[in-house]
Design a protein around this ligand. Structure first.
Ligand code: 5RP
Length: 232
């Protein structure tokens, strides 16, 4: 397990790996679901990394042939490093998917996107028949927006327009997400910016209201998606 711990330490997400022991248990539960020949959708975040390590161990021990559809470049690199073959959404549909979340409410609606990968995460979740969301109990909230803002990926030239429209639908504060360790905004893999938006109230229509603003690529709100929650 040493090389795996070293690998985890070097990842951008490593500072967020809390409750590793709990995540390990749920990661093993995810790995146990893998069947030979599966096409797996792979989300982003530290919990996903731990699950990938457990899956890679099973692949190696049992000589399984699976393929992964990743949701970020970082996850693609990690899969390659672990010897997990990659495929794409235009070649294959996932049989099932696993991903993490930042908040989960009692109806299993989610806030995701602390890693800024919510566009591909949503695309994959929408294309997959079975979706496991792996969380620990710190992610459970009574009301979405309790601990995290809603991340919104915005086409840069549309920033001011999107900010105005978000205020009209109830955004109380808007922060352009800064790049880590350097000046300027974070730029997503799609070349866009991320606005972190706070709302006093997030109703069931909020995802659609945000998405209908011209210039919004996607938001991290996942209201009423088909997900199974697995708790660490
Ligand atoms: C990235 C995500 C992650 O799944 C979410 O931030 C949870 O991450 P972690 O498993 O590290 O707590 O949505 O865009």
């Amino acid at each position: 397990m040493n090389w795996q711990s070293d690998l985890l330490k070097n990842l951008a997400w490593s500072d967020t790996i809390i409750n590793l022991e709990g995540k390990q248990k749920v990661a093993d539960a995810i790995a146990a679901k893998v069947k030979d020949g599966d096409i797996l959708g792979v989300g982003s975040g530290s919990t996903v990394y731990v699950a990938l390590l457990a899956i890679a161990k099973r692949i190696k021990e049992e000589q399984l042939t699976i393929k992964a559809i990743p949701t970020s470049i970082e996850i693609s690199l990690f899969c390659s490093k672990l010897g997990i073959p990659l495929t794409t959404l235009y070649e294959n549909k996932p049989d099932w998917l696993f991903d993490g979340a930042d908040e989960v409410d009692p109806k299993h609606s989610l806030i995701k996107g602390r890693g800024g990968a919510m566009f591909k995460e949503k695309l994959l979740i929408s294309s997959s028949p079975v979706n496991y969301i792996i969380i620990d109990d710190s992610k459970q909230v009574k009301k979405l927006g309790t601990n995290f803002p809603v991340p919104i990926e915005v086409f840069p030239a549309a920033l001011l327009h999107v900010e105005d429209e978000l205020r009209k639908i109830g955004a109380t504060s808007l922060l352009i997400r800064p790049a880590k360790g350097k000046d300027g905004p974070i730029i997503t893999e799609n070349g866009n910016m991320v606005l972190d938006a706070h709302f006093d109230d997030i109703d069931d229509d909020m995802e659609i209201k945000i998405k209908s603003i011209t210039g919004v690529i996607e938001s991290g709100l996942f209201i009423n998606y088909n997900v199974d929650i697995l708790m660490a």
